[in-house]
Every structure is written in structure tokens, then in C-alpha cells.
Design a protein around this ligand. Structure first.
Ligand SMILES: [Ca+2]
Ligand SMILES: [Ca+2]
Ligand SMILES: [Ca+2]
Length: 504
């Protein structure tokens, strides 16, 4: 028997994996599969497709992950650059293990706005916008205000309106309010627009003292059109005032402005030294008048601040006259206060005595001229001349004439002055100038019959010269009398108005 060579007999053993190898292989495969799964789960699929936040909310990188992971995760997008105050979508890139993955950040406004509304009253031509009803709005985004339905301007009175607040997220809130519509068809009224005079160099102040009122509009407007006025040039110019209410009703008033030049100070007339008894009252303004070349009513002010009427003494009194252009004239005089005598008569007693006489000799139907003539006649008939007359206080001298019926020229002047005052007739007191050819003084009055426009001389004191009447006479008459009786009526004419040339 032949022996097979083992070389040929021996079959190739089948190659078999060892169990350990299989296990290792399986483990490797499992590891690869698991790694892939983990990679998919914790890297590729671990980023949320979208993330939603409320406006003005905050968001961080981990908010984009489905599951938190120890793997390196970082934001490739700068979240601070995203405006979260406005609703919108933003692409955000997150790098997981260096792999960029995208998500969408959804910024949403889901909360409706809130607000406070008020009721409104409006004119039919000025229907307010919806927003005017809203006094306060609260929301995280911008809110628009609208009517749910436009108001009907034809409806007079109240109507309900619905105000709608809508935010950027489309959320709405509705509020009810009352709209009261006024139909105004009456134009405003302009008060105080009168022709005026303005001095060159002064502010026009065209709206000074002018008011405008309206039946319904509490705040009507007024404008003055002064385009035609030249305040630097004398002349008369039109000024048009236009007032309008909120409904467009208009009132137009045209006035004229006279621009005048006034550079001359007013004239103070009748200022002279005053003399009274202590305890008496004094009216500084009576017997003083102010005349101006332009201003028909210049102002008079009196500074008697240094006077003490209770203490005998001589005090300064300063008169200042000011015209509308601001020109002023000043005159200083004195008031002498003397110790009152025991038989001093009170003012009310003196007034009563004068009024009693006036009631007898005058009546309401008489003209001022008639009343002045009645006084003149009464004095001539009822009073007699006596040198016994104290000149310290004209009121006391007047009372002596009324009570006892006598006095000197001062008494005659005083009692007539008192009666003029009681009748409200403007009058001035005149005293003969010192240093004339006459050694004595003399007193008389000027009296006005026309409220202070013009003055005439009046002297009721008897005089030996026959056939003269000094009731309401002119400057010329006084001059004529001086021709017979030198300096009898010589006085400082600069302190008194000239009389008219004709007798009244
Ligand atoms: Ca909102
Ligand atoms: Ca009106
Ligand atoms: Ca003047």
C-alpha cells in the first residue's frame, strides 16, 4: 500500500474566525453604528428647527438644543444683533462640534395691548383722530389706533365710537368712548377793537385790551393785520382784526390807528401853595388841571408822602403830569399845616351848610352857567365884606361866610369855591402875584362850565368900582379892569389856562 504523502492527503483546513474576533468585529460595528447614531442625535439632529420667544424676550445658545450635550456648542450668529423688540423670523446658526447648523428664531407678539381712553367733544369740521381718544397705551410693540367705524360728523351731539388698538403682532383691544359733536355756525365776537392813537416810538400793542369770545369755542383765535401801519410815520392807518372759531366762522373788524408825534410835556395848571388846619382833609388834585398838546387825558400823580396832616409844619408836595407818549412835567409846591383853632368846623358841617344854600338857589333844570350866576347873585345879596377873615384854611373861611355872612376877598373866593366843588364844577384858585404895585393880595377863581375844557374868571368880592360884574369873564375883562385899578388882577398866567375870547 502506498502511503499517501501527508502533503497531499492533508486537506486545507477551513478558515474559521475565532469567536473573539467576531465579537471584536461586532463590537467595532456596533461602535460605529452607535457613534453615528450619537452623532446624528447629539450633533446633527440636536438643533431645534425653530425657537419662539415673546418680543423683548431673551434667548441663549442652549435654547436652540433639543438636548443638552457636553459636546462643544457655540453660536455663530450674534444674538445681540437681532432686534427682539419687533416680531419677525431670524436665521440663527449654531456650531456643534464645529459643524454649522441652522435654526429659526421666531420673535412673536402674542399679548394684546391695553390702553385708557377718554370722551371727546369736537366741532363738526374737526373730527378728532382715533388716537386723540387714547390717553395711555401699554404694549411691548408699536400700537396703531383706529376707529372700528369712522364717526359720523353729521350727527350733532353724542355718539359712541369704538377705538381699536392694534399691536405689531396683530393683537387688538377695543374701547368704547363718547364723541360729542358741536355744530357751530356763529362767528366769534371781538371786544375792545376801537380806533386808537399811538405815539411814535411806542409799541403798537395792537391786541392789548382786545378780547374775543365765542358761543361754543372756548379758545377762539384773533389776529391783527398791521401790515399797513407804519409806526415811525405820522398818519392814520387801517388795522384789521380777524377772529375765528374752531369751526372756521370768522369776524372781521377794521379800526384805524393814528400815529402821532408828541414830544411836548403836559402843562400843570393851578398848582399853588396849600394851607390847612391840622386834622382837616385836603384834596391835592382839586384845583389842579393837566393839559396836553396831544393827549386828551394826560395822567396826574401827586407825591404827598412827606406830608403829615396831623402835625403843624410846611411840607413839600410834588405834582407830576405824564402824557401818553411819556413826556412828563413836574411842579413842586408846599402845604402848610397849622394848629387848628377851638372853633374849627368839621368838613361835613361845612358841606351841609353849602348844600343848604345851593338847594335854595339852584335846581336841576338850571344850566351850569345859571348855577354859577345864582351863586354870584347869592354872594352879592347875602354876604358882606369884612377884613376879619382867617386865610389859614379856605374851608373855614368858606364856613364863616356861610355861617356868619362875612369875610374878605379870601372868604368870598372860598365860599364860591366850596359851592363850585359841591356842584362838581371844575375850578381853579388864583392869587394876585406878589411884588406888584399893590401892597395887598387878592383871591378869586376860574370856573369851568364844560367839565374842564374851558375856564372863566369868577370874582364875587365887591369892589368900589361901579358897574362891574366879574361872573364868568374873560382874560380881556381882567385886563380892562386892571386899566382902572392897576395890578388888581395881575397873576402868573403861565399857571392858568387862557379863557375863551368870548363870554359864555
Ligand atoms: Ca402686544
Ligand atoms: Ca362760534
Ligand atoms: Ca404832549
Amino acid at each position: 500500500m502506498s502511503k499517501k504523502h501527508p502533503k497531499f492527503l492533508r486537506e486545507e483546513p477551513k478558515r474559521k474566525r475565532s469567536p473573539l474576533g467576531k465579537i471584536i468585529l461586532l463590537v467595532i460595528l456596533a461602535m460605529l453604528a452607535g457613534g453615528g447614531f450619537l452623532f446624528w442625535k447629539y450633533v446633527i439632529n440636536n438643533v431645534k428647527p425653530e425657537v419662539t420667544i415673546e418680543v423683548k424676550g431673551t434667548v441663549a445658545a442652549e435654547d436652540f438644543l433639543v438636548e443638552q450635550t457636553p459636546l462643544p456648542v457655540e453660536l455663530a450668529t450674534d444674538l445681540t444683533a437681532i432686534d427682539t423688540a419687533v416680531p419677525g423670523d431670524h436665521t440663527v446658526t449654531i456650531k456643534c462640534c464645529g459643524i454649522p447648523l441652522t435654526s429659526t428664531l421666531q420673535v412673536r407678539d402674542t399679548v394684546a395691548p391695553t390702553g385708557e381712553v377718554r370722551n371727546l367733544t369736537a366741532f363738526s369740521n374737526r373730527i378728532p383722530g382715533a388716537a386723540e381718544f387714547v390717553t395711555q397705551i401699554s404694549d411691548e410693540t408699536d400700537v396703531t389706533v383706529s376707529y372700528s367705524e369712522e364717526p359720523d360728523s353729521a350727527i350733532e351731539g353724542d355718539q359712541m365710537v369704538t377705538i381699536v388698538l392694534t399691536d405689531l403682532g396683530g393683537n387688538t383691544a377695543k374701547y368704547a368712548a363718547t364723541l360729542t359733536i358741536l355744530h357751530d355756525e356763529t362767528a366769534p365776537e371781538i371786544i375792545g377793537a376801537e380806533d386808537r392813537m399811538i405815539y411814535i416810538g411806542m409799541e403798537a400793542g395792537l391786541l392789548d385790551g382786545i378780547t374775543v369770545t365765542d358761543d361754543l369755542d372756548t379758545d377762539p383765535v384773533i389776529v391783527a393785520d398791521e401790515s399797513a401801519v407804519d409806526l415811525t410815520k405820522e398818519g392814520t392807518y387801517d388795522v384789521t382784526y380777524t377772529a375765528a372759531d374752531a369751526s372756521g366762522n370768522q369776524t372781521v373788524v377794521t379800526t384805524t390807528i393814528t400815529v402821532v408825534r408828541d414830544e411836548q410835556a403836559p402843562q400843570l395848571l393851578g398848582v399853588r401853595p396849600l394851607s390847612i388846619f391840622a386834622g382837616s382833609t385836603v384834596s391835592y388834585r382839586s384845583n389842579v388841571i393837566v393839559k396836553d398838546d396831544i393827549d386828551v387825558s394826560p395822567k396826574l400823580s401827586v407825591d404827598s408822602s412827606q406830608v403829615d396832616l396831623s402835625q403843624p409844619g410846611t411840607y413839600p408836595v410834588v405834582y407830576t403830569a405824564t402824557d401818553g407818549a411819556g413826556n412828563t412835567a413836574t411842579m413842586e409846591t408846599t402845604i402848610t399845616v397849622s394848629e387848628a383853632p377851638a372853633n374849627f368846623a368839621e368838613a361835613d358841617v361845612i358841606y351841609a351848610a353849602a348844600d343848604e344854600v345851593l338847594a335854595r338857589i339852584t335846581n336841576d333844570s338850571m344850566s351850569n352857567k345859571g348855577k354859577v350866576q345864582a351863586i354870584y347873585k347869592w354872594v352879592l345879596n347875602e354876604c358882606w365884606y369884612s377884613s376879619d377873615c382867617d386865610k389859614t384854611d379856605w374851608m373855614q373861611a368858606a364856613y364863616q361866610m356861610l355861617d356868619k355872612g362875612y369875610g374878605d376877598c379870601f372868604g368870598f373866593y372860598a365860599v364860591c369855591r366850596l359851592m363850585f366843588d359841591r356842584l362838581g364844577l371844575p375850578n381853579l384858585s388864583i392869587q394876585r402875584s406878589e411884588g406888584t404895585s399893590r401892597s395887598t393880595t387878592h383871591y378869586w377863581s376860574m370856573v369851568s362850565l364844560d367839565g374842564g375844557e374851558t375856564y372863566y374868571h369868577f370874582d364875587s368880592c365887591p369892589h368900589p368900582k361901579p358897574a362891574h360884574n366879574m361872573c364868568l369873564v374873560t382874560d380881556e375883562t381882567l385886563e380892562w379892569f386892571n386899566g382902572y385899578c392897576a395890578d388888581y388882577y395881575t397873576y402868573d398866567k403861565s399857571l392858568y389856562p387862557a379863557t375863551p375870547e368870548e363870554k359864555p
